[in-house]
Design a protein around this ligand. Structure first.
Ligand code: TIU
Length: 224
C-alpha cells in the first residue's frame, strides 16, 4: 500500500505511516428520530444512507488490524462539561439534557447516545467521548494518537460540515495527514456536504484529501 487514489491528488502512504480509521458520532442521537439531530429540526433520514458504506469500511479495516477510533458527542449527566453557549443555542424544541424518546438528549450512557448497533465498537477499539464538535477539544485523542504512533487518519461519520470538518481541521493543524471518505460521511444538508468536500481539498489539499470508500478498500486490501 503506497497511495490511495484521491483528490486533489493521490494520498501518499510512505512506509513509515500508521493509518487509523476514524468514525465520527455515528450515534442514534444524530441518525434516529427523538435524538439531538431531530430536536434541532433536521431530517435524520439524510444520514442513514451511509451506514452500509461505513460498516463495510469498518469490517474491512478491522479485519486487517488497522486501529479504529470511534467518537461520541456526549455530555455528563450534570452538564458540567456543556458550556451555556452550547446548552442554550437553538430555537425551541428539546435541549441537551432534556428527556426525549431515547432518554436524555446527548447525555453519556443514555439509549440515544449509543453508537448505532451496526457499528458497535469492539472492546479493543478506541472510543473518544467528546463534549465539543471537534474530537481533539477536551479529550485525550492527541495523546492516544501519539502513543499509538498514528500519523494518517481516514475520516468518516456525521455531520460533514460540523463534527467531521471540525475534527479534520483540528487534526490537520496538529500534523496529521487526513483523508475524508466522501461516501462515508453525510450531512442533513447535501449542499453543505458537497461544499465541505470541495473546500477541504481545495488549494492543493489545504486541509487534506478526499476519496471514495472503494478507492480506500482497494488500496488497503491490495497485496504489497
Ligand atoms: N447538528 C449537527 O449537524 N451536528 C452536530 O451537532 N454534531 C455532529 O456533527 N456530530
Amino acid at each position: 500500500m503506497t497511495a490511495i487514489a484521491a483528490k486533489p491528488y493521490d494520498y501518499p502512504l510512505p512506509s513509515q505511516t500508521k493509518v487509523a480509521l476514524v468514525i465520527i458520532d455515528m450515534q442514534r442521537d444524530f441518525l434516529e428520530l427523538g435524538g439531538f439531530g431531530d430536536a434541532l429540526g433536521n431530517d435524520v433520514t439524510q444520514l442513514q444512507s451511509i451506514v452500509p458504506t461505513v460498516k463495510k469500511l469498518l469490517e474491512t479495516l478491522r479485519s486487517l488490524n488497522f486501529p479504529i477510533i470511534h467518537t461520541i458527542e456526549a455530555h455528563a449527566p450534570d452538564l458540567s462539561d456543556c458550556p451555556p453557549s452550547k446548552l442554550n443555542r437553538g430555537e425551541g424544541g428539546l435541549k441537551i439534557g432534556d428527556r426525549g424518546a431515547m432518554g436524555r438528549i446527548l447525555i453519556v450512557g443514555e439509549e440515544g447516545n449509543n453508537i448505532i448497533p451496526e457499528l458497535t465498537p469492539l472492546d479493543n477499539e478506541i472510543v473518544i467521548v467528546k463534549p465539543g464538535k471537534g474530537a481533539f477539544c477536551r479529550t485525550k485523542l492527541e495523546e492516544i494518537l501519539q502513543k499509538e504512533q498514528i500519523t494518517h487518519l481516514l475520516i468518516t461519520g456525521v455531520t460533514t460540515e460540523v463534527c467531521v470538518q471540525t475534527t479534520m481541521r483540528e487534526a490537520n493543524d496538529r500534523g496529521y495527514e487526513c483523508l475524508l471518505i466522501e461516501d462515508a460521511t453525510a450531512s442533513y444538508f447535501p449542499e453543505f456536504k458537497a461544499s465541505t468536500i470541495e473546500m477541504l481539498r481545495a488549494q492543493g489539499g489545504i486541509i487534506g484529501w478526499t476519496a471514495d470508500a472503494d478507492a480506500v478498500i482497494s488500496a488497503v486490501t491490495q497485496k504489497e
